[in-house]
Design a binder for this molecule. Structure first.
Ligand code: 9WN
Length: 439
């Protein structure tokens, strides 16, 4: 099984290469996305560590803004043929103006460790190039996206969460009023790029009108976080984003130690983050939720994001055990013989097996939870999910997402992060356990 997965996964990653990067897929997504790049290079690090190191270095140096910010897309050209919204909407050269879950810290550590085995000198050079950039990005997040020093940084756009049309964002978005003309504008802009089949699964034109409203809101303020933070209608402490940031900070500490840098500031962030993340736990349901900064309330919608604190080692062992029971119970796994976690709970009023982040199974977030089970010492769940995810991919192919009832592949075929994370799963490395020793 392992060899078959590895061969096909590498073929896909090769096919999706363009301009020195690996795109999410070869057809629609015309750029290199932040968190896709992170997940892609985690798999690549295990096959071609030198190339993975070169690509991440180059992505960081081309994408990073002067103030340290890392945008969620680095485009290949000023004009996109299919993908919308392209650079003309973002108004920031070749990048977008929002970020994505900060997975690059633990991705960089993964590359560093593989490279060290092959060439310690190259590994040191890689560390020297990427560590300061990642540190600067994290510092910016803590200074400008958490001015109240809660230990939790804010996201300003559903795309920053990576889980675009998750039901978690419904209420905050409903407060953004968009006119019929704005919805029409969104519809016309997307018209040529979506075929009927895919269009019905992706966010609606109404959603897109609101997404565009938020982009313009930020662009008009020159992407100045100080101006945006108090005014933007969408200001959320996202539980997945912050858990991933925690794990990337742990990775930065390991990198700082390797490179002889001081890690005090990062340790302070971790201390505050742990308290912030613990505050997102809801006793009644046994899960972790996002917090809306405007209302101060937890957004109690059950989705796969509720489990991601496991990846950061935040839940106690009792909490983790209970979370594993919920994940494998009727609300999430349901009757599917495979242990896969749908993006949204089956009991949520907005659950739909075809609707993008409102039901379908996505590999990267399942991977975060599975590694979270590993971290919590829940070996049975970890093993079972690894087995079933690989079975799913072998049987159905490397899709963007899958129907949680029938397991049918959906969205775009031959998707890069599905291929690269399949490599990580098939090789069953002990690597991640090393990361967990910190914290
Ligand atoms: C907007 C590239 C990206 C992923 C996101 C996924 C989808 C973009 C889109 O594709 O979002 O960033 O246009 O739908 O939701 O998680 O990074 O694969």
């Amino acid at each position: 099984m392992e060899l078959k997965v590895l061969a096909k996964a590498q073929e896909i990653l090769k096919k999706n290469e363009k301009g020195g990067f690996i795109m999410p897929d070869a057809g629609y997504y015309e750029g290199a996305w932040l968190w896709d790049t992170g997940f892609i290079e985690i798999g690549e690090a295990q096959m071609h560590p030198e190339k993975a190191a070169e690509r991440l270095e180059s992505w960081l140096s081309q994408a990073q803004w002067k103030n340290g910010f890392l945008p969620h897309i680095l485009f290949f050209a000023q004009k996109t043929k299919k993908y919308f919204p392209g650079p003309d909407i973002w108004q920031h050269d070749l990048t977008s103006g929002i970020t994505q879950p900060p997975v690059l810290g633990f991705c960089a550590l993964r590359i560093y460790e593989s490279l060290k085995e092959k060439s310690p000198q190259k590994a040191r050079q890689f560390l020297k190039a990427v560590y300061p950039r990642l540190f600067k990005y994290h510092r910016l997040l803590f200074e400008e996206r958490d001015p109240e020093k809660s230990g939790l940084v804010s996201i300003f756009h559903p795309w920053e969460s990576g889980l675009d049309n998750s039901p978690r964002w419904e209420e905050a978005l409903s407060k953004i009023m968009v006119s019929d003309n704005q919805v029409k504008e969104a519809k016309n802009s997307r018209k040529d790029i979506l075929n009927k089949k895919t269009a019905s699964m992706r966010p609606t034109n109404q959603d897109y009108a609101r997404y565009l409203y938020l982009v313009r809101f930020m662009a008009e303020r020159g992407y100045d976080n100080q101006k945006i933070y108090p005014e933007i209608p969408f200001n959320i402490k996202d539980v997945l984003f912050n858990s991933v940031l925690y794990a990337s900070n742990e990775a930065l500490i390991l990198m700082a130690v390797e490179g002889g840098e001081k890690a005090e500031e990062i340790k302070n962030w971790l201390y505050r983050q742990r308290q912030g993340l613990e505050g997102l736990f809801d006793q009644e349901t046994g899960l972790y939720y996002d917090q809306d900064v405007k209302s101060g309330q937890l957004i109690k919608r059950k989705t796969i994001a509720c489990f991601v604190p496991l990846f950061a080692g935040i839940p106690s062992s009792g909490q983790a055990q209970k979370m594993a029971e919920i994940a494998s119970g009727p609300e999430f796994k349901g009757d599917n013989p495979l242990f896969l976690i749908p993006s949204t709970a089956r009991t949520d009023p907005s659950f739909h097996p075809l609707a993008y982040w409102r039901g379908p199974v996505w590999l990267p977030v399942n991977w975060l939870v599975l590694r979270g089970f590993e971290r919590a010492g829940l070996a049975a769940e970890d093993k079972e999910m690894t087995k079933t995810l690989l079975q799913l991919i072998l049987k159905k192919g490397f899709w963007e997402y899958y129907n949680p009832d029938t397991n049918k592949g959906l969205g775009r075929a031959d998707f890069s992060w599905t291929a690269s994370l399949a490599i990580d799963l098939a090789k069953e490395p002990n690597f991640w356990k090393k990361l967990w020793r910190v914290g």
